[in-house]
Write a protein that binds this ligand. Structure first.
Ligand SMILES: Cc1cc2nc3c(=O)[nH]c(=O)nc-3n(C[C@H](O)[C@H](O)[C@H](O)COP(=O)(O)OP(=O)(O)OC[C@H]3O[C@@H](n4cnc5c(N)ncnc54)[C@H](O)[C@@H]3O)c2cc1C
Length: 382
């Protein structure tokens, strides 16, 4: 089809990638982001192979990785700090601060000619391509991309929502400084990502850049003691006694003014599009983050959309082709990330078996890694 005009709602991973990919295919693109500037919460995002391929295609991979940390292995521990499984970090060798990634993508979008409108909150999106913003402006386009995250009211109003499930668990994410001897020992022994499971709690931490650890503290929704921000180190030490000093540091050194406990959600739509509207990212297919693929799928589906439209005779067949090609893998990851996350609910002796199963059953490991190993549409090797 002939490139036309696109209004994109949301300047996260999905919206920015869709904007860049459409602009590079000669669409006239405007992106609305309700925040006042290129910013986002700062926490670690696993840059897996599929995501890295998109950065490479955009020519920004080095820049993205320069702001992050390389990890050598993933160690899964029990409550006593015993290593249940240690694996090379094949599917996710880098952690990068989300804020850094969004900044690099926004710069690339600007470079591609996207009109970035910050402080622009879209309040209405009609299937015929008309938009309204909170400050009363009206816009109209050949394509509207709703990519404004898991709590999207625009998605709810589209009539496409079939399921929005609040999961039983969630997490708080923060960062703390790394100690000089931690940095020094990583240079000798390699850099691990630590993931510890006990009771119905999960601790994950790893470097997110040269000077900071990214820390994720996961718990059940009803575990009000564990959900508190600031954390109480004695509450977390009950489940992970060997990490007591670490929790003391987390309680005193993190910036708790920014922290919030977020409940995981799963979203599914009847279809990903209707008339001139396409919905992608967490707005369309949010998932619990156990396989760390939510942003990866938002980006793959943003790029896949532009590629499908480029090859299609008209919008309707392009949107249909897009969903037909991208959705099976997204559905697969939604299912398998929940399955992996179920480890949280198992009694501790069974947790060990569930964690080690990934190493013992190659087929299972392949299901977990399918999205990471996927070469995204639009990144075909030349
Ligand atoms: C604990 C946790 C850990 C995670 N770890 C990983 C990981 O390691 N790797 C990974 O790939 N994924 C991870 N994810 C998932 C990932 O964060 C999301 O899947 C990803 O952010 C979705 O991107 P998005 O662009 O769809 O939405 P978002 O990133 O939510 O962006 C939406 C944007 O839209 C804007 N917006 C909202 N409403 C409006 C409006 N009305 N008008 C204009 N703008 C609006 C928002 O301000 C925001 O900037 C994790 C999630 C959680 C909860």
């Amino acid at each position: 089809m002939k490139p036309g005009t696109a209004e994109i709602i949301g300047g996260g991973f999905g919206g920015l990638v869709a904007a860049i990919a459409l602009a590079r295919r000669h669409w006239t693109v405007r992106l609305h982001e309700r925040r006042e500037a290129v910013d986002s919460e700062g926490y670690g995002i696993a840059v897996q192979r599929n995501m890295a391929a998109i950065f490479e295609t955009f020519g920004v991979l080095e820049e993205v990785l320069a702001g992050g940390a390389r990890l050598d292995r993933r160690d899964s521990l029990d409550r006593h700090g015993r290593v249940l499984m240690s694996r090379p970090t094949e599917r996710s060798p880098y952690r990068v601060d989300r804020r850094h990634i969004v900044q690099v993508l926004a710069e690339e979008a600007r470079h591609a000619g996207v009109d970035l409108c910050f402080g622009s909150t879209v309040t209405e999106a009609q299937p015929d391509g008309r938009l309204m913003t909170a400050d009363g402006q009206a816009f109209s386009a050949d394509l509207v991309v709703i990519a404004n995250g898991v709590n999207s009211a625009l998605r709810d109003e589209s009539g496409l929502l079939t399921k929005r499930r609040l999961e039983r668990d969630g997490a708080v994410r923060i960062a703390i400084p790394r100690l000089p001897d931690e940095i020094a020992s990583a240079a000798i022994d390699g850099t691990p990502m630590i993931e510890a499971w006990a009771d119905n709690r999960r601790v994950l931490y790893c470097p997110v850049d040269s000077g900071r650890f990214y820390v994720l503290l996961g718990s059940l929704a009803e575990d009000t003691e564990a959900r508190a921000t600031t954390i109480d180190p004695s509450v977390w030490s009950r489940s992970f006694p060997t990490l007591r000093h670490f929790f003391n540091r987390v309680a005193t050194e993190a910036d708790w003014t920014q922290a919030r406990w977020a409940q995981y959600q799963t979203v599914t739509l009847r279809r990903w599009s209707t008339q001139k509207i396409a919905i992608l990212g967490d707005a369309a297919h949010a998932m619990p983050p156990y396989l760390a693929q939510g942003a990866g799928h938002a980006m793959m589906n943003g790029l896949g959309l532009a590629v499908a439209l480029d090859a299609a005779p008209d919008l309707a067949s392009g949107l249909a082709r897009w969903e037909q090609r991208e959705r099976p893998l997204t559905d697969h990851t939604q299912r398998w990330t929940r399955l992996y996350g179920n480890t949280l609910f198992l009694p501790d002796p069974l947790k060990k078996l569930a964690i080690q199963a990934e190493q013992r059953i190659p087929w299972l490991a392949r299901q977990y890694a399918r999205a990471a190993n996927h070469l995204p549409t639009g990144c075909e090797k030349t």
